[in-house]
Design a protein around this ligand. Structure first.
Ligand SMILES: C[S@@+](CC[C@H](N)C(=O)[O-])C[C@H]1O[C@@H](n2cnc3c(N)ncnc32)[C@H](O)[C@@H]1O
Length: 416
């Protein structure tokens, strides 16, 4: 056998020299450098820094610290700023992130709602399978649950561990770097899983293309007394297993996720609206009646629409649909319900650009909020073509009433 000359194995350079150059850290050693006293001091200096002055700040910091560490700290500081919207400033400024981790993590309000439900059903020990940077594990731990948090990415696990330490939760959360398919869930009274819904090419929609696939997660959830699986809000109702409850959750009006619950209420459909936390449980009502547009128009929350619970909202407000295929409810009486936003209808007219423009001008409306359901009109295109001037504002609904393209002008109920 020929003996090839072998080059000496290069020694890895010290951790700080392998830090990613332009911001976000890209490996465990580089990330660990941020946890050293010097890394922490840099992060502290960068708290609340002005992104507009980043160059000047970096130049100043590089006089006293390795350039790579300064870049990594700046990258982490940027991620913390991005994370404020999800976690609030107090936590975000103490936590650690990766770009993907901040993107994929559950926002705190949603994770807290789920953790409250786990607490209510008496869960003490949960496995968080696919824990990412740990947003769900944090909420569970704060709700008093003992958590095993598992992810297969070593960097993500290092970040999750740092987060538990930063938030004083290390005693409640064990972070384990492993493939979740190898975890024995027998000792847990609940399984939570948030499979990755993105691959190298972007978002995946087929639940069997999740990592790990949804069918694996369902089988695993069924092995514990309770289970909750986070899935995309667009999951078709037919894909919800017979023995699962399906909950759609919105926060501030945006639908954030759907969760399949096992061990709670099979076949129930639930819409939860945050921040109030009001939960509407489906009662299997038939389609609501259809009738003329009344004084009030109700726009059901996206979670209600996704959960197919518009009929339940209509019943609560004694309302009817404006069209059999459109999720707008109308009524003659004002009811404030957390599941729908109420508007007072001022005008109902067939869709016609010229007539709409002249009516809005006549009213002195310069600012419109355009909402649509069942209309092909592009709101931004319409806004341009309306060329509005004026000091008043109104809401323009582009929709169908009894099959005809219709415009409703309205004012939010709270502005009256
Ligand atoms: C959507 S993220 C989880 C986010 C997390 N719930 C949070 O709020 O921070 C999905 C995670 O699943 C991990 N993952 C995907 N497949 C896995 C597998 N087979 N075993 C372990 N982790 C896996 C990915 O590394 C990624 O961090």
């Amino acid at each position: 056998m020929p003996r090839w000359p072998t080059a000496p194995t290069p020694r890895p350079p010290p951790a700080v020299h392998r830090l990613a150059h332009n911001g976000p850290v890209d490996d465990v050693d580089s990330f660990s450098a941020l946890l050293t006293p010097e890394g922490q001091a840099l992060l502290e200096e960068l708290r609340d820094h002005d992104p507009g002055r980043e160059l000047a700040v970096a130049t100043r910091l590089r006089r006293h610290h390795p350039a790579e560490l300064v870049s990594a700290a700046l990258g982490q500081a940027r991620l913390r700023q991005r994370a404020v919207a999800k976690f609030g400033a107090a936590d975000a400024q103490r936590m650690f992130f990766t770009p993907q981790g901040v993107e994929q993590s559950t926002r705190a309000a949603v994770a807290e709602h789920r953790a409250r439900r786990f607490e209510e059903i008496g869960v003490h020990r949960a496995a968080d399978l696919c824990c990412g940077i740990g947003a769900d594990a944090i909420a569970l731990a704060r709700a008093g649950v003992q958590v095993l948090a598992v992810d297969r990415s070593p960097l993500t696990c290092a970040v999750a561990r740092a987060n538990m330490a930063a938030l004083g939760l290390s005693r409640r959360v064990e972070v384990r770097c492993a493939d979740v398919t190898e975890v024995d869930v027998a000792e847990f009274d609940a399984v939570f899983a948030d499979p990755a819904r993105r691959n190298g090419r972007g978002r995946v929609f087929d639940p069997e293309a999740y990592s790990p696939p949804l069918s694996w997660a369902v089988e695993t959830a069924r092995r514990a007394p309770h289970g909750a699986l986070k899935v995309a809000p667009g999951i078709p109702h037919e894909a919800v297993p017979e023995d699962a409850e399906a909950e759609w959750v919105s926060d501030g009006g945006d639908v954030k996720e759907a969760v399949l619950w096992f061990g709670t209420a099979p076949r129930v459909r639930r819409a939860t609206v945050l921040p109030t936390g009001a939960s509407l449980l489906g009662t299997g009502l038939p389609a609501p009646p259809v009738g003329p547009v009344g004084r009030w128009l109700y726009e059901p929350d996206g979670a209600v629409v996704r959960a197919h619970l518009v009929a339940d909202v209509a019943e609560r407000i004694g309302g009817r649909l404006i069209d059999p295929t459109i999720a707008y409810v109308t009524a003659d009486v004002l009811h404030q319900v957390p599941y729908a936003t109420a508007y007072e209808v001022t005008d109902t007219l067939p869709f016609n650009l010229k007539k709409l423009r002249s009516l809005l001008r006549e009213r002195g409306v310069g600012v419109v909020t355009i909402k649509k359901r069942g209309s092909a009109v592009e709101p931004e295109e319409l806004r341009k073509r309306l060329r509005l001037h004026g000091s008043d504002s109104c809401v323009v609904f582009l929709t169908r009433v009894a099959g005809s393209p219709t415009v409703l002008l309205a004012q939010p109920a709270e502005r009256r």
